[in-house]
Design a protein around this ligand. Structure first.
Ligand code: SAM
Length: 315
């Protein structure tokens, strides 16, 4: 059974994210390099597949690092993190406007309002310059947070053209704006390097005092699980191999590394893709509660792979 985590003040994820690890923290924390985190022989933290940042926020509430580097290929996501860091008060103002307009409406009007914001968000996309910070980013970050909290299942899913296509979610009272948390997140991000791009960009920030956590997109085993969730570009088996190469390179540099992925054995017993790729490292299978496909009968406890280049240094 998942261990309950003690509530510690500090920043928490502000977006719901497909593949988010909040539910798994109780299991993961047993296998962190806790000794080295506590005695500060680890001074840096690098997370190349940030998403909603469940592990980043979890660690930042418990340990202090001299330097954190986070990265994700999803430009809308990274835009949002950067806006929180740079224009928090302006962002809060935008979110207050969205939230009060939403709350003043009845159910039917809320749904129409949701689609109005979603359409506006998609219409503007072609003229957004994701490269350089600009005023449009603030409204966009507010829309992302709003849509993420009011859409069905709290997903961020886009179509081939990058259009956000998740339908309205019928929530009684969704939390759209949490000022206290955004203030905490902004304070944490102030000293965090935020990179938009491929995971390999992180390599130069890793040394022998760095803890690296890799949480790549799952390797799809069938058509139903290969949903276009985070971005238009999927993560292929070849990308999984590129990642294993980087894992080994950083291992040789002396970094402390943890990587998670879904266990292919959940669906295809005997599939040894990751066992082969990470042969020689510590490979654990930890229980995870999540949906492995659209068939409700197959929901329940499945395993998550946890691969580390250190042994049994548990918390
Ligand atoms: C499983 S999710 C991470 C979830 C995160 N740990 C959390 O708790 O929310 C994987 C993330 O990898 C990102 N991603 C996909 N391909 C990538 C790449 N080539 N380089 C960096 N990030 C990538 C996706 O945008 C997604 O946010």
């Amino acid at each position: 059974m998942a261990q309950r985590t003690k509530r510690i003040p500090g920043a928490r994820p502000f977006l719901k994210w497909a593949g988010g690890k909040s539910q798994l923290l109780g299991e993961f924390c047993k296998y962190l390099p806790a000794g080295n985190l506590k005695n500060k022989t680890i001074t840096r933290y690098v997370e190349p597949f940030l998403g909603g940042g469940a592990v980043f926020f979890y660690l930042s509430r418990r340990f202090s690092f001299e330097q954190c580097t986070v990265c994700d290929v999803n430009e809308e996501l990274i835009l949002t993190y950067r806006v929180i860091r740079k224009s928090l008060h302006h962002l809060i103002g935008e979110l207050e406007t969205l939230e009060s307009a939403y709350r003043a409406k009845n159910e039917r009007q809320k749904e129409l309002y949701y689609y109005e914001i979603r359409d506006a968000f998609n219409r503007v996309r072609p003229i957004i310059n994701f490269q350089y910070y600009n005023a449009r980013w603030i409204e966009r970050a507010a829309q992302i947070i709003f849509l993420n909290h009011t859409c069905y299942n709290g997903l961020f899913r886009v179509n081939r053209n990058g259009g956000f296509n998740v339908p309205f979610g019928r929530y009684r009272n969704p939390e759209i704006l949490s000022v206290d948390n955004l203030v905490e997140v902004a304070a944490l991000l102030e000293s965090t390097r935020i990179i938009r791009g491929d995971f390999t960009q992180c390599r130069k920030y890793v040394d022998d005092q760095t803890f690296v956590y890799f949480d790549p997109p799952y390797r799809p085993l069938n058509v139903t699980s290969s949903f276009t969730s985070y971005s238009r570009n999927g993560f292929s088996e070849n990308d999984q191999r590129r990642l294993a190469k980087l894992f080994k390179e950083l291992d040789r540099k002396g970094a402390t590394i943890m990587l998670s992925n879904s266990d292919p054995g959940n669906e295809k017993p005997g599939d040894s893709f990751f066992d082969d790729l990470y042969d020689g490292y510590t490979i654990r299978r930890v229980p995870a509660k999540r949906m492995i496909n659209c068939n409700g009968a197959r929901r329940g406890t499945v395993n998550e792979l946890l691969i580390t280049n250190y042994g049994t240094k548990g918390a």
